[in-house]
Design a protein around this ligand. Structure first.
Ligand code: AMP
Ligand code: ZN
Length: 466
């Protein structure tokens, strides 16, 4: 399995630190608003990465943080007249709603900055003791960037370029313009924690270094995030972690390319974004996932109505195949498989090899999806004439093997049950209006047989699954 490592700018064979295990970390969202479709790109792709590693037999520990203390959260809290903790809690729940909709499994651990405060403070203290950080009279603590010899190695920027580009602020208490904040003294009205440097809160970068060490140890296998995080965020994480721990921080760095709109990065600051919530209301959640898989994670991807509609159509073909094979597995000719079905089943290994080869080549989901569609076309054709139950069942299993790894075909069951129940309830209401009590009772019984109980309330008919 080869991974393109942003640090070395080459594809490298993946060798885990510990055989059979993978420790991976992805920088998660700052929870002050709904995520947009650009934010969904890393979330979906690193979920696929994790699923694929598990499919290949690795035991994966996946950590994704929530930045739950930050200027933007504080600003939002002040605007809404609630605490920043309330803002964070709200948007963490909203994150999980969208993640679930997108078929993204919860990480192994979702740490929060506010729950890692002891480790963050201890981390800053170590950096001060080792001479990599210094506190200033105001109560801020800064990282002494020039002391770290490898600074710039991830983003491939010579330190001289960074120095000439750095902004100099005359009021600065920093020793050098390149130094960055590890700890910020609290301003009036801001949330704060007690520390050896007074009341304050952590900078953004230190949070990830402290969480990595706490949950995964000093060296991890894979660190991921969007391409815009390479500098300064990941560069600073490396400087902090390697200075404090004295060992390499991450063996592989993976960065996804941008989701663009009209060839510009979709972003909050440009205002050219759609929230996942709004996009899902138009296209559905699962087509967004399908759309993201259609391109390699490092290439730019353009968001447009056409590309989302294409993804919808592609997904529809998968569902049609699944529904058809499911039907035939119950209603085809007894026994099987027949010769046509057998011929496709005999190619299973070669399909698997090609699927794995695509994914092993730096997680080329675009090629993996093509293999999936080849399997689907072959299966559809094989059951075109005299389908057998066993043949259809085996072909269905084969198709689902690939969709499971990619995390597709998860979205319909609930929806179709909901739709069916709602439709039956509407029919029952109509029957009651027409005073057709027998029909209304019959529908109630039909729902009962589906495991649905109806409750006639003042607000209308409600239902629950038994
Ligand atoms: P932000 O909300 O900007 O802090 O971003 C959260 C995560 O989403 C980071 O990993 C970013 O790199 C990623 N991200 C933000 N915008 C985009 C985009 N347009 N395309 C791809 N990734 C993005
Ligand atoms: Zn981070």
């Amino acid at each position: 399995m080869e991974i393109y490592n942003s640090m070395t700018r080459r594809k490298e064979e993946f060798v885990p630190i510990e055989e059979g295990k993978v420790k991976m970390y992805a920088c998660g969202p700052t929870v002050y608003n709904l995520i947009h479709v650009g934010n969904a790109r890393p979330i979906i792709l690193f979920d696929v990465l994790r699923r694929y590693l598990e499919y290949r037999g690795y035991e994966v520990t996946f950590v994704q943080n929530f930045t739950d203390v930050d200027d933007k959260i504080i600003k939002r809290a002040n605007e809404e007249g609630i605490t920043s903790q309330q803002v964070a809690e709200k948007y963490i729940q909203e994150y999980f709603t969208d993640a679930k909709g997108l078929g993204v499994r919860p990480a192994t651990i979702h740490p929060k900055a506010t729950e890692t405060m002891d480790e963050i403070i201890a981390f800053v203290q170590t950096l001060i003791e080792k001479g990599y950080a210094y506190a200033v009279p105001s109560g801020d603590v800064y990282y002494r960037t020039l002391k770290f010899k490898g600074y710039g190695k991830l983003s491939h920027q010579p330190i001289e370029d960074l120095q000439s580009g750095a902004r100099i602020d005359i009021n600065d208490e920093k020793e050098n313009p390149l130094d960055f904040a590890l700890w910020k003294a609290a301003k009036p009205g801001e949330p704060y924690w007690d520390s050896p440097w007074g009341q304050g809160r952590p900078g953004w970068h230190i949070e990830c270094s402290a969480m990595n060490r706490k949950f995964l140890g000093p060296t991890i296998d894979i660190h991921c995030g969007g391409e815009d995080l390479q500098f300064p965020h990941h560069e600073n994480e490396i400087a902090q972690s390697e200075a404090a721990n004295g060992v390499p921080f991450a063996h592989y760095w993976m960065h996804n390319g941008f989701l663009n709109i009209d060839n510009k990065k979709m972003s909050k600051s440009l205002g050219n974004f759609f929230t996942v919530r709004d996009a899902a209301a138009v296209y559905g959640y699962e087509p967004i996932r399908m759309f993201m898989l259609s391109a390699h994670y490092r290439t730019p991807l353009n968001y447009s109505r056409e590309s989302l509609e294409q993804a919808q159509a592609a997904l529809e073909r998968l569902y049609t195949a699944k529904d058809n094979l499911t039907f035939l597995a119950d209603n085809g000719a007894q026994g099987g498989p027949n010769a046509a079905e057998q011929a496709v089943l005999e190619q299973a290994d070669s399909f698997r090899e090609r699927f794995d080869a695509a994914m092993d080549d730096d997680f080329n989901t675009a090629d993996a999806v093509s293999v999936l569609f080849e399997v689907v076309r072959a299966a559809n054709k094989a059951v075109g004439e005299e389908p057998t139950r066993e043949g259809a069942a085996a072909l269905l299993k084969l198709v689902l093997e690939f969709t499971d790894v990619l995390g597709l075909l998860y979205g319909r069951e609930e929806e179709s049950l909901d739709d069916k129940v709602e439709a039956l309830i509407a029919q029952r209401q109509q029957a009651r209006k027409e005073r057709n009590w027998a029909e209304a009772d019959r529908i109630r019984d039909e729902l009962k047989a589906m495991g649905i109980t109806l409750m006639d309330t003042k607000q209308g008919v409600q239902w629950k699954k038994d």
